[in-house]
Design a protein around this ligand. Structure first.
Ligand SMILES: Nc1ncnc2c1ncn2[C@@H]1O[C@H](COP(=O)(O)OP(=O)(O)O)[C@@H](O)[C@H]1O
Ligand code: SF4
Ligand SMILES: [Mg+2]
Length: 407
């Protein structure tokens, strides 16, 4: 966790972002009314099952969305303060023209997309690909300076200089992904958006890369939006977390709060989908059913067909993302950010069921299927990735009995 989080100012504010695929009555709502804040130096995690709209959100806010995707509303405010500058310029990325976007993308806001390691040019050597970025954006650099910087960037992500002359096919998947991360960091951006950057890698490589990434973030001070279907991973990495379901954000909280006191049944289900590393064999609860197709969303709260706590109104009325009422354990975060949940259980008309009501810090270890990654507060004191989060993919463990020794 960033030690600067408490006083950190926002670097990116996404407000009421809406994205459709297609037009008119047949339009599919890929993202509905998403509001998020990324603070300087913070890791903001975005989690949700496959198809929940995470990548759509990332493409839309960087204006990289392709047809039939259409941004139908909202604003994305980038508070641009380049390194060494004392002044901040606020740019609405959704209103920015092509020249402005070119100036900001990569230099100030870099993206590592899903399967990015396949995005390297297969017929160009690593050094050519790294120096090309510098040639395009740092015209004042001499060829020798560019080469020196390329070596430095590779070292930064744990690759030795002798790989500079390699072609992508001569590198392992992990190395290719490291090169992509080096390219994203080449121009010292303020924000890096990473969409499932390590999902295709084995867990050991994933762990190594993420550890390096967190060290780089500490050193260079950039902010990260880290997108994954693996909530257990985010609990360790992120400062704050947003949970997405069927195109909507359904809960926002600090990583620690989300882990100990989830307020949305879907967040609780995701947390209960990954096993403890230690302890007795336990039955994983998981989430019954599968995510809905956005072309045929259930009415009301889209989660209601899978929700163990659903009430009558859940099938017809859509809850807004609001501060849980009757909630004395989850007030404003230390950085001033409110925690929010989109669930009728939290509207104050009734007492929410125990797992979604009280602070769960003590009973969390007793929750079915819920293990605490370490003795430290997850996501905050523990950023060494030394606990179980990287060793299992929670969403794959639904319904299975697993113990640490099984793995
Ligand atoms: N090109 C497209 N055309 C139509 N619908 C799309 C397209 N891309 C994505 N979608 C819709 O948006 C949903 C969310 O996709 P995506 O943002 O990729 O989810 P995630 O990244 O969370 O897995 C998909 O389930 C699909 O219904
Ligand atoms: S609004 Fe109803 S269906 Fe939706 S998550 Fe809350 S209790 Fe479950
Ligand atoms: Mg995706």
């Amino acid at each position: 966790m960033s030690t600067t989080l408490i006083a950190a100012d926002p670097v990116l504010e996404v407000r009421n972002l809406c994205v459709d695929y297609g037009l008119g009555e047949d339009a599919v709502h890929g993202v509905t009314d998403a509001t998020l804040t990324l603070r300087r130096g913070e890791v903001l995690g975005l989690a949700g099952e496959s198809g929940s709209g995470k990548s759509t959100l990332a493409y839309a806010l960087t204006r990289l969305l392709r047809a039939p995707g259409v941004i139908t509303g909202g604003e994305v405010l980038f508070h641009n303060r380049p390194q060494g500058s004392a002044t901040t310029e606020t740019v609405d990325l959704l209103a920015a023209d092509a020249a402005k976007l070119r100036q900001i993308r990569w230099s100030q806001l870099a993206v590592v997309f899903q399967s990015a390691m396949h995005a390297l040019n297969p017929v160009a050597r690593v050094d050519a690909q790294l120096t090309d970025v510098l040639k395009a954006h740092r015209k004042q650099m001499t060829p020798a300076q560019r080469r020196e910087r390329a070596v430095e960037l590779l070292r930064m992500v744990g690759i030795s200089e002798d790989r500079l002359r390699s072609y992508p096919h001569e590198l392992s998947g992990g190395m290719r992904q490291r090169v992509m991360i080096a390219m994203a960091l080449a121009l010292e951006p303020q924000i890096v958006i990473m969409d499932e950057p390590t999902t295709a890698l084995d867990v050991v490589t994933q762990r190594e890369i993420l550890e390096e990434l967190m060290q780089l973030r500490e050193r260079l001070g950039f902010s990260i939006i880290f997108i994954t279907h693996d909530l257990s991973l985010l609990i360790e990495l992120a400062d704050s977390i947003a949970i997405m379901y069927a195109g909507r954000l359904v809960e926002r909280a600090g990583a620690n709060e989300l882990f100990h006191t989830p307020r949305h049944p879907y967040s609780l289900g995701l947390l209960n989908s990954f096993p403890a590393l230690h302890g007795d064999r336990i039955r994983m609860e998981g989430i019954p059913g599968s995510p809905p197709s956005l072309t045929a969303l259930p009415g009301g709260c889209a989660f209601h067909p899978r929700c163990a706590f659903a009430m009558d109104r859940c099938g017809s009325e859509t809850p807004r993302l609001e501060r849980p009422q009757r909630d004395d354990s989850s007030g404003n975060r230390k950085d001033g950010e409110e925690r929010l949940a989109a669930c009728w259980l939290q509207d104050g008309r009734q007492s929410p069921p125990a797992p979604l009501a009280i602070g769960l810090s003590a009973p969390a270890a007793e929750r079915p299927g819920q293990g605490i990654p370490s003795q430290e507060t997850p996501g905050h004191e523990n950023h060494g990735l030394e606990s179980q989060g990287l060793e299992n993919n929670g969403l794959e463990s639904n319904g299975h009995e697993i113990t640490g020794s099984d793995r």
